[in-house]
Design a protein around this ligand. Structure first.
Ligand SMILES: *[C@@H]1O[C@H](CO)[C@@H](O)[C@H](O)[C@H]1NC(C)=O
Length: 208
């Protein structure tokens, strides 16, 4: 077998190229920025949203409205049409095996939000926490730290919310007629362990 492979050195040279490429990709995935993938959110209107995700949407020519980076080993879990229409869930990524560490973006637009101004961080947070009972309870009973941050031309309210059960990082901002809220969450023990990756999601979130 070995002799045979040596004998066809030129053929081997050609064959090794496609074999090497995935190896290089794998190597790169362990270095710096490649530990993360970029999520681009398009915030399709609920009546146009078909529940099979932005990537398959016919209107891919529309520019993305927000982005963030998430751990490369996480997977995208496309919100259902019901999640989209009832709570404005627009995009979601999660740890593929625990599924308890996740990040999602809620986008609420239209006439109710066109004239809304995000004056007060805490009340903005309570509006968005509405669809998630655990978050609502953490906001009420837990420890909430908040700050404001200007990211690429938009003011964001940023939060760190800790309850006994879970911890949440959230960023809320408005662009045009739409209010966007990112929520990154994990059970308290997993949060400690995976803090860097979870924080990276919040730190890279921006409205475009
Ligand atoms: C800032 O937002 C604009 C769109 O408003 C986008 O084109 C640009 O890439 C963003 N800048 C960075 C540094 O991501």
């Amino acid at each position: 077998m070995i002799v045979c492979a040596r004998a066809s050195a030129s053929r081997r040279a050609i064959l090794t190229v496609p074999v090497l490429l995935p190896l290089l990709d794998a190597a790169r995935a362990h270095a710096g920025d490649s530990d993360y993938k970029k999520f681009l959110g398009y915030s399709a209107a609920p009546d146009l949203y078909l529940g099979y995700g932005q990537k398959n949407d016919n209107r891919v020519a529309d520019p993305p409205l927000y982005s963030f980076e998430y751990p490369a080993d996480w997977t995208e879990e496309i919100p259902t049409k019901t999640e989209k229409s009832t709570m404005g869930m627009d995009g979601r990524v999660m740890h593929p095996s625990t599924r308890k560490e996740l990040a999602y973006v809620v986008a609420l637009g239209g006439k109710d939000y066109r004239d809304s101004v995000l004056k007060d961080a805490r009340s903005s947070l309570i509006v968005f926490a509405g669809g998630d009972p655990d978050l609502r309870q953490a906001v009420t009973d837990g420890k909430v730290e908040q700050a404001t941050k200007r990211v690429n031309g938009s003011d964001l309210f940023v939060f760190d919310i800790a309850s006994d059960k879970r911890r949440y990082l959230s960023s809320i901002g408005k662009k045009g007629d739409t209010v966007f809220a990112l929520v990154v969450t994990a059970p308290a023990n997993a949060f400690e362990r995976d803090y860097a990756g979870l924080k990276h999601i919040q730190d890279t979130f921006q409205l475009l």
